[in-house]
Write a protein of this length. Structure first.
Length: 133
């Protein structure tokens, strides 16, 4: 393409330069790969080795056939305890607020005992004799 667009004298000069630098394409490709490597090194953030060691240690314990069960139970107990520690004061606050309003009307008491659809949902908690009948 270049040969057709140049006159004979210009093409001889260009050809002599190309022959001197026969590895020009290889140099261009190498430069591109070096640029890609530098850009990748700047963009990729590698975690610190101590963080990897801690997670590997936990993974080894958590996936162990015996210790993994105890680890799971411990995490489960901790999660339930945390939920109860947060939820109980809120629940007690709501209960105290409602009881401070005075006696509960009969239709609300009936709904709370037997549910909206008529099924006994929590009635047995307040009336344990339902379990015996």
């Amino acid at each position: 393409m270049m040969k057709k667009s140049l006159n004979r004298a210009s093409w001889v000069k260009v050809e002599s330069i190309l022959l001197e630098h026969d590895d020009a394409q290889l140099s261009v490709a190498s430069g591109r790969y070096e640029w890609i490597e530098r850009a990748t090194r700047r963009a990729v953030e590698r975690p610190k080795t101590d963080a990897i060691i801690r997670t590997r240690r936990f993974d080894r314990i958590a996936t162990h056939p015996v210790w993994g069960v105890f680890t799971m139970l411990g995490i489960l107990i901790a999660a339930i305890t945390a939920a109860m520690a947060i939820g109980m004061p809120i629940s007690m606050g709501i209960m105290n607020s409602v009881s401070a309003l005075g006696p509960v009307p009969g239709f609300i008491r009936k709904w709370a005992n037997y549910g909206v659809g008529g099924a006994e949902t929590i009635g047995w908690i307040q009336q344990p004799e339902i379990l015996l009948s």
